[in-house]
Design a protein around this ligand. Structure first.
Ligand SMILES: Cc1ncc(COP(=O)(O)O)c(C=O)c1O
Length: 382
């Protein structure tokens, strides 16, 4: 564990958690200072005097700025939204504003990256689901071949698959989309915060992520990044009074016919749970303080004892690829009897998930190699 990770963990996760928490693919642990800042904002509203509306705007601005730094985009391209689905719905609205055609997704995707696209079917679009390969992982060669066909409007993929933990080669997929003038949309919730991600390196057009998992933020906080050139191409599906140019001053004039803002705030769904976005801002600042590359290296290190144990066992199959470039935080494997193994681990207070018959561990920067060694000890004893 690096000195920075040790220092930040001692400061932000001072109370030891009970058991071993390997479930950041479901929800991350919220740093103390994020929880505190979020609660303080709520409490400060109760001051009878001195709480200013401008504090709300400042909190949201801070959140967009931290996120922009994390993904290498601009704060003006970031809309704060409550979840991943909202952002994928924005992506579908963008695609739906153009002529009908095909949207490509991989089999096995989380519904948040499929249902918004299906909503376009009634307008003549087709959702083409590309089968996975023989290991039940996204078949990127087949996805790219699909992108090359006539009439394809968008490819939408998860940065990291929620069940297998497969980390997509986004740069390869994004370059293929760019070459064929196909929009490239990324559901980043299972990767962002666990592995480096830069919007321009992967030629992304729209990126959406909830904050509750690897970004270690409150539930209900999230964001969508939309490439600057696309912002003017479509109207917000949720018409918000705060999305108008000049809001909230527009209240004084009741000029309902005003233009939308020129930045991504035009897509924000009116009044937000600002305290949660303040928590998200603080959590992202902490991830930046640690450094996402260090977090990725640390997590890969934590995976090692499990990989070593599994490779010595002929009856255990790893689902997540062993190649480190194809992994982020999730590491999933098939033991011979998943229900018995899951029950044994839960009895020992290991917190994790089971997906598609695989045990899914999701360690983050606050986990240690020693914790994984203990868990492997339990697996070996079982
Ligand atoms: C890949 C993926 N996308 C999206 C979500 C969640 O979607 P939302 O933030 O819209 O609830 C999850 C998990 O909950 C997920 O694993």
């Amino acid at each position: 564990m690096s000195e920075t990770i040790a220092r930040v963990c001692a400061r932000e996760y001072a109370r030891p958690c009970e058991g071993i928490f390997f479930n950041s693919a479901s929800w991350g642990l919220v740093p103390d200072s994020s929880a505190r800042e979020s609660a303080d904002l709520t409490l400060s509203r109760n001051r009878t005097h001195g709480f200013e509306e401008r504090e709300l705007g400042a909190a949201q601005h801070r959140c967009r700025s931290a996120l922009a730094e994390l993904i290498g985009g601009s704060a003006s391209e970031i809309a704060l939204v409550p979840n991943t689905t909202f952002g994928m719905t924005l992506a579908a609205a963008l695609v739906g504003s153009g002529p009908p055609g095909d949207v490509i997704v991989s089999a096995g995707e989380f519904p948040a990256n499929v249902l918004p696209w299906k909503s376009l079917q009634q307008r003549g679009f087709r959702v083409v689901v590309v089968p996975c390969d023989s290991d039940a992982l996204p078949d990127e060669t087949a996805l790219l071949a699909a992108v090359e066909r006539q009439g394809v409007r968008a490819l939408s993929v998860s940065m990291v698959q929620f069940a297998s933990g497969y980390r997509a080669d986004l740069a390869r997929l994004g370059a293929g989309c760019k070459a064929h003038d196909v929009l490239f949309c990324v559901d980043a919730i299972q990767g962002l915060g666990a592995a480096p991600f830069r919007v321009h390196d992967v030629h992304a057009d729209v990126v959406s992520a909830g904050g509750q998992k690897w970004l270690c933020a409150p539930f209900g906080s999230g964001f969508t990044w939309i490439r600057r050139e696309l912002l003017g191409r479509f109207d917000p599906p949720v018409p918000s009074w705060l999305a108008l140019e000049g809001s909230p001053r527009v209240l004084d004039t009741r000029q309902y016919e005003q233009e939308w803002r020129g930045n991504a705030r035009k897509f924000e769904p009116a009044t937000l749970g600002v305290q949660d976005y303040l928590g998200l801002a603080r959590s992202v600042e902490i991830l930046l303080e640690v450094g996402v590359e260090s977090i990725r290296d640390h997590i890969l290190h934590v995976h090692e004892p499990l990989i070593e144990w599994a490779s010595a066992r002929s009856d255990v199959r790893m689902w997540t690829p062993l190649e480190s470039a194809r992994r982020a935080g999730i590491i999933s494997f098939f033991p011979p009897d998943v229900s018995t193994v899951a029950a044994d681990l839960r009895r020992e207070r290991v917190v994790f998930s089971v997906r598609d018959g695989a045990i899914r561990f999701a360690p983050h920067f606050y986990n240690t190699v020693e914790e994984m060694e203990r868990v492997v000890g339990l697996l070996a004893a079982g």
